[in-house]
Ligand binder design. Structure first.
Ligand code: ARG
Length: 460
């Protein structure tokens, strides 16, 4: 049995049970490209700083390139007894080029190495996901353009509400995906700092150049604190939570399309190539891909929960528990990419049934709001109404803050309670306040402003 990289002082070799239990090579080999890239940057820096000579550096470069080739052609021997991707690559390099390979681990530990590898991997993957989201957005725009003039019954509470253009609805999905891109881009910016040089946790007394490795690997700068550098998994949680909202959005519109494809709605017809059948009911053609988009989102939620649970009790700095961060990420990303692909395919292969949709339009009093608006226009609000309303609202605020305001159970939500109270106070003009608004947009703005204030309270 070969001596482990860390095995110098061990008298007995590790048991196979423990070896099998602690290995991560079965999944972290996914990081090979980033590991090789990081090692090359590290070797370059060691050579420039006089911690290795150029001949050794060149041998290391050559060896690492050969290893990359072997991995990509499937000829590389991954060994569980070499524990993880870092030791597999380094030990193979030693087999290949001998002594010089051993100098590569100068001024580094697997603790900073795995962080650097994983950050690079997440960075690349974010770029891939963003590209896929943009493809989906383009598919949805195409679908919107193809059905430019179609009007559908807009729905709230799953009840007919107001007529809307189909493209308005589809553009709603695109906005949601745009929020997702924003979150991914933020996450990318925040994770793009280089942990190399932190070594095990305390940095090194050797004269390394952290700025050089950071720059060579495309990071914005080295991380500021070496203990944070080996402990932090915020970037993983943030990445998973950004993925979670993507999954949630895809799942929501997936479920909607499933409804639209039902006999009850009949708004869309998926083509055969995106449907599957039943083994017992010959008439069936099910929109399974979109159902599975919903179903698979559960695993992405699971990934985030795993990470949160895994990290919550960990003291600083590196703990082996942290090795468990990779599988949930690999699994979630794999799923997210497939969910995006399936949604793109679906968007390209449905047609809207104008006839069915138009049959649905006359029912449900969809024009009631327009009619109400027409009546409202006749009694528009004037400045004196506005002043009375402002005065009334000011008084209500005072009453609430002094504890004199009567919160009444029958008036179900805060909006109704306040509006009813102003009406009691100032009469007719108060009723005009609800012109051109619904509690649906009102609650959104209330909560958004509340959250903004709350954030300012946390970060003054
Ligand atoms: N495979 C480990 C991980 O993914 C690498 C770091 C291990 N460090 C250690 N000292 N055992 O977290």
């Amino acid at each position: 049995k070969e001596t482990k990289l860390w095995g110098g002082r061990f008298k007995e070799s590790v048991s196979e049970t423990v070896e099998r239990f602690t290995e991560s090579i079965s999944f972290d080999k996914e990081l090979y490209r980033q590991d090789i890239m990081g090692s090359k940057a590290h070797a370059n820096m060691l050579a420039k700083q006089g911690l290795m000579d150029n001949i050794d550096r060149d041998k290391i470069f050559e060896g690492l390139s050969e290893i990359e080739r072997l991995i990509e052609s499937g000829e590389f021997q991954w060994r569980a007894d070499r524990e993880d991707v870092h030791m597999n690559i380094e030990a193979t390099l030693t087999d290949m080029i001998g002594e010089p390979a051993k100098k590569l681990h100068t001024a580094r530990s697997r603790n900073d190495q795995v962080q650097a590898d994983f950050r690079l991997w997440c960075r690349d993957t974010i770029d891939r996901i963003v590209t896929c989201i943009i493809h989906l957005q383009v598919s949805l725009v195409t679908l919107a353009l193809k059905n430019e003039d179609v009007i559908i019954p807009g729905i709230t509470h799953m009840q007919r509400a107001q007529p809307v253009l189909l493209r308005h609805h589809l553009l709603g999905y695109i906005e949601q995906l745009e929020h997702d891109i924003g979150r991914l881009v933020d996450c990318r910016d925040r994770l793009n700092f280089c942990p190399l040089g932190a070594c095990a946790l305390a940095g090194t007394g050797l004269p390394i150049d952290r700025f050089m490795t950071a720059e060579e690997l495309g990071f914005s700068a080295p991380m500021r604190n070496s203990i944070d550098a080996v402990s932090d998994r915020d970037f993983v949680m943030e990445f998973l939570s950004a993925n979670y909202t993507i999954a949630e959005h895809l799942s929501r519109f997936g479920e909607e399309w499933v409804l639209w494809a039902s006999e009850e709605f009949g708004f869309i017809t998926p083509t055969d190539c995106i449907s599957t059948g039943s083994s017992i009911m010959p008439q069936k053609e099910n929109p399974d891909p979109m159902e599975l988009v919903g179903g698979k989102s559960a695993r992405v939620i699971g990934g985030l929960v795993t990470l949160l649970t895994m990290c919550k009790g960990l003291p600083l700095s590196y703990n082996r528990d942290l090795q468990e961060d990779k599988e949930p990420v690999f699994d979630s990303i794999n799923i997210i990419l497939k969910m995006l692909e399936a949604s793109i395919k679906f968007a390209h292969n449905i047609s809207f049934n104008k006839e069915r949709i138009y049959k649905a339009l006359p029912a449900g009093h969809l024009d009631a709001t327009t009619l109400a608006d027409y009546l409202v226009k006749k009694g528009q609000m004037d400045n004196s109404d506005r002043d009375k309303i402002l005065e009334g609202l000011g008084e209500i605020e005072r009453l609430i803050e002094s504890g004199e305001f009567k919160w009444r159970v029958g008036r179900d939500v805060v909006h109704i309670k306040i509006k009813a109270a102003v009406t009691e106070m100032i009469g007719e003009p108060a009723k005009k306040l609800h012109t051109a608004r619904s509690r649906n947009d009102q609650v959104q703005i209330d909560f958004l402003l509340w959250c903004r204030d709350a954030i300012d309270g946390i970060v003054p």
